[in-house]
Design a protein around this ligand. Structure first.
Ligand code: MG
Length: 544
């Protein structure tokens, strides 16, 4: 048996601080999340990815960690976290946490000790240069907001390197003590009972900023060592890596199945948006053709929206402009000269048919789907908030004050709830959708339930079928469990497709999920109807 739980998972991404507040202090917390586990179980998610849970000065929404072995007291205690793991597991839900180890907060004791003296044992845990570095601004991650990647420190009398903001000094992965400590951090949380990690900023972890950048050298041995140190602790652990790199570099990150288990498919993500803008399946077909074949134990993670901007930087300038015009026409909707900082529903004009199309498409692509909290009810964004906070507003549970997120006075909320006319919590909330079979939430529940009966769609070998139509994406998945076919029409016009050549003559065709009941019979495969923006997931049964 080589079952990989993560290949059949539905991963739900959330920040504890904005999900549910239980004690009325305006900040979401672990007991609040525990109280919502039944909601998540009913929705059908099988794994949570929690944004950083550690103590932090919170200058970058927790991505500036001050203690890897603790829980941010604002969201609860280590005991609360253990309780969360226990209760989630009882509902069949696993938990992954963010592993943010390219850098720490500048308030982390390691950095404070490092800068305190050249003789400190922690001195070499960060990347220092006593000489003025040649390029102070090379490689900024947040253009337009961040100015430089080296900053002078008076206490250390040296420059320190930081790929991100100046309050996030980069750890020196070339130092073996650092790597051993990170392995201890990973081992600690595995011992607590997490199932894996979403590893932040991996391309920057494997670069040595003091090496010659021009040669593009990457030190993947560091990741091999980490995997080696931890894989015996827990055999089914998963590292889901954020590595938005050129496609020719991707195989190195998977390392033939011996390095990272999963990567977000960024190239596919930006081409899904190009496909939606053009009402054509061609950009997705291209992205799938380009997608490198990966070793059997590995998997892709698919997504439409995560907690960051949609990164369109690998599209051509013309393609990027098409996406901007379609989904981010106003300058305030764009970010870092490369992306869009909106939720999906407003990007698609709140059009229910297009939202369904987009998510049915994502959930039927090769890989494991990742869903961002609030997308299942069609939440909107708040463009008055700076940078990526526009899409990090509190979950909308009900039409009660503060969207049922918190009983705190409005001015004490960690972030304002959305109150606008179209996406405000009085219109868009879980309570309203929970009781409505026609709601987007009910639709998501049906889709996730259908996905459970198509396990090969995440796990199986996949092939692109020739639909004969530019606007129709047709994918076939074959696994030990059976055969699933997913057909998606990206254009708002009905059409017919003939898949009889690729699909043969099954004895039975089961319609697992579709935009409406089509009533498919085996002989229909030569002429399958698809509504405009329609989708059909079929399961084929053959007698031999
Ligand atoms: Mg609280």
């Amino acid at each position: 048996m080589n079952e990989r739980w993560f290949k059949q998972a539905v991963i739900y991404s959330l920040d504890v601080e904005t999900f549910q507040d239980s004690n009325g202090d305006g900040v979401g917390d672990i007991p609040g999340l525990i109280a919502r586990l039944d909601y998540l179980a009913r929705l059908g998610v099988t794994c949570l990815w929690l944004h950083p849970i550690h103590p932090t000065p919170d200058r970058d929404d927790g991505y500036d960690v001050a203690d890897y072995y603790g829980v941010n007291p604002r969201i609860g205690s280590l005991g609360d976290f253990a309780e969360l793991l226990h209760r989630a597991r009882n509902r069949g839900i696993r938990v992954m946490i963010d592993l943010v180890v390219n850098h720490t907060s500048n308030e982390h004791p390691w950095f404070q000790l490092s800068r305190s003296s050249p003789d400190s044992p922690y001195r070499d845990w960060y990347v220092w240069s006593e000489a003025r570095p040649k390029y102070l601004t090379e490689g900024v991650v947040f253009p337009g907001v961040q100015e430089r990647t080296w900053t002078w420190d008076d206490a250390a009398q040296a420059w320190y390197h930081h790929r991100f903001y100046e309050f996030q000094p980069d750890l020196n992965w070339a130092n073996r003590e650092v790597r051993l400590e990170i392995a201890r951090v990973v081992g600690f949380w595995l011992q607590m009972g997490v199932s894996g990690f979403r590893m932040d900023a991996v391309p920057f972890v494997v670069e040595d900023p003091r090496a010659d950048r021009a040669d593009g050298h990457r030190e993947f041995g560091w990741l091999d060592e980490l995997r080696d140190l931890i894989s015996w602790r827990q055999g089914d652990l998963v590292v889901l890596a954020e590595a938005n790199v050129d496609r020719e570099n991707i195989p190195e990150y998977f390392g033939g199945g011996h390095r990272l288990h999963m990567l977000f498919n960024f190239a596919l993500n930006e081409r899904i948006f190009l496909a939606l803008a053009r009402q054509s399946a061609a950009p997705i077909r291209e992205a799938l053709w380009w997608t490198p074949t990966i070793a059997e134990p590995c998997s892709w993670a698919t997504f439409l929206r995560l907690h960051d901007e949609i990164d369109l930087s690998r599209l051509s300038p013309g393609e990027r402009q098409e996406c901007f015009e379609a989904f981010g026409p106003e300058p305030e909707m764009r970010l870092y000269e490369r992306g869009i900082r909106r939720r999906l529903a407003p990007m698609l004009g709140g059009d229910r048919r297009r939202i369904e199309l987009a998510y049915a498409l994502q959930f039927s692509l090769p890989g494991t789907p990742v869903l961002r909290y609030g997308e299942e009810i069609g939440m909107g964004d708040d463009l008055s908030l700076p940078e990526r906070y526009s899409i990090r507003t509190p979950m909308q549970w009900s039409d009660k004050p503060n969207a049922g997120f918190s009983t705190a006075p409005e001015d004490r909320l960690i972030r304002p709830v959305i109150t606008d006319r179209d996406y405000g919590y009085e219109q868009v909330n879980v309570d309203a959708e929970r009781g409505d079979d026609e709601s987007l939430l009910a639709w998501f529940e049906r889709m996730l339930r259908a996905l459970r009966e198509c396990p090969e769609s995440g796990d199986g070998r996949w092939m692109l079928l020739d639909s004969g139509l530019e606007q129709v994406l047709a994918l076939r998945f074959d696994g030990r469990t059976g055969t699933t076919v997913a057909i998606t029409n990206l254009r708002d016009e009905p059409c017919k497709v003939d898949l009889s050549t690729d699909l043969g003559t099954p004895d039975l065709v089961l319609e697992m999920f579709a935009n409406r009941r089509y009533g498919t019979r085996p002989r229909d495969l030569a002429s399958l109807d698809l509504d405009g923006w329609g989708y059909r997931w079929l399961r084929l049964e053959f007698s031999n």
